[in-house]
Design a protein around this ligand. Structure first.
Ligand SMILES: [Mn+2]
Length: 199
């Protein structure tokens, strides 16, 4: 499944495929580009199949509903919505075009990297573990970004040997996605990635 979200400030592509032999994907995502901001959330539900999807889809739904809120609020909502569910690893990424900065918060093993045209990479640190409605510490960081920066966010179903050169050496979101095609064939786990370019 491929979804594209695009406007004058961002061009993003999401790709998702479920684990081999599964009918339901245990990962979920949401992304939206408004006139003021771009937001995306990625969740990897614990386990696989229906119960994993029950947790991860609760995350994409709550972020879809409250995407106008600040990231630290959203990650707390994500935690609350997982009460009485199995749990999920979660990342929320929000870009403010006018301030040219982004805010990121993550609990668990979802990976994120942003590459700036000047050569700098930004890897925000996640909190270890997963969300399951229990009291939880969060870490939310805000960074400036340069025009033309490219980012990638992905679940652990995508195993990449060289994410740095992937973002640095490919000029467009479509090129990156084409390059990733061979890595999406294994299907040893549910797999989700979002790759985007900020202008
Ligand atoms: Mn996974």
């Amino acid at each position: 499944m491929i979804e594209i979200e695009t406007n004058n400030y961002v061009h993003a592509l999401a790709y998702q495929v479920q684990k081999e032999g599964k009918l339901v994907c245990g990962d979920s995502f949401f992304m939206k580009a408004t006139a003021e901001y771009f937001i995306c959330a990625v969740a990897d539900g614990l386990g696989s199949g229906e119960r994993a999807n029950d947790s991860s889809s609760a995350i994409s739904e709550v972020v879809e509903r409250y995407h106008h809120e600040e990231v630290d609020h959203l990650i707390d909502r994500c935690n609350h919505v997982l009460k009485d569910k199995r749990g999920a690893t979660v990342s929320v990424f929000k870009v403010n075009y006018e301030k040219r900065e982004f805010t990121y918060s993550s609990v668990g093993n979802i990976r994120f990297v942003l590459y700036s045209p000047s050569g700098k990479f930004i890897y925000p640190l996640p909190i270890l573990g997963y969300l399951s409605g229990k009291p939880q510490k969060y870490r939310t960081d805000t960074f400036p970004y340069e025009r033309g920066s490219r980012f990638m966010i992905h679940t652990d179903g995508l195993v990449l040997p060289a994410i740095k050169s992937l973002l640095r050496d490919h000029g467009s979101v479509e090129e990156i996605s084409n390059h990733l095609e061979s890595y999406t064939k294994l299907r040893i786990d549910d797999l989700t990635y979002i790759v985007g370019q900020l202008s």
